[in-house]
Design a protein around this ligand. Sequence first.
Ligand code: GAR
Length: 187
Amino acid sequence: MKNIVILASGSGSNAENIIGYFRKKNILHQFHIITNKKDAFVLERAKKLGVTAEIITKKQNDEGVLEKRLLELNPDLIVLAGYLLLFPAGIVQQFPNKIINIHPALLPKYGGKGMYGSFVHEAVVANNETETGISIHYVSELYDEGAVIFQAKTSVAENDTPDDVAQKVHQLEYEHFPKVIEKLLSD
Ligand code: GAR
């Protein structure tokens, strides 16, 4: 059994999918969810799943609360699944190669500050890209710049809207993110 902390800022559909994946396989990892938003829907999902969850705001991050809490929890893996704050540099140094993030594009394209969620898909459509995808990478002190662990692609059709692209990308995320986590935990 491993101890996994998932951080999410919004809906949390990836968080739910990851937890569901391991439960379906009867792999009894311990999950804990942290969000920076008091009204994040991921809190509802945690309740429904019977998973512990807590709120640690951006201000508290700046005061070192997140770092202290993560050291207490001592996770085997920290998973950023739609967590939209820059991860505090101090924490990155405390957990070398134990923090991963999923980004909804083929990094290094469409990464960096301000490039998240629907903004990424809008930019992909505006630039007439013919393909996009997902990147799972280690977290470094800079937005979306840590070493890439895994990428998968999907096509973008000429008449796809940003919502269509978002749906395709989410499907890739649901398919691959849990498997990449499983592999990392077994290495
Ligand atoms: C996901 O598509 C994830 O790749 C993206 O936010 C979405 C969260 O969805 N993350 C980023 O943009 C990080 N830069 P979810 O809350 O339904 O899992």
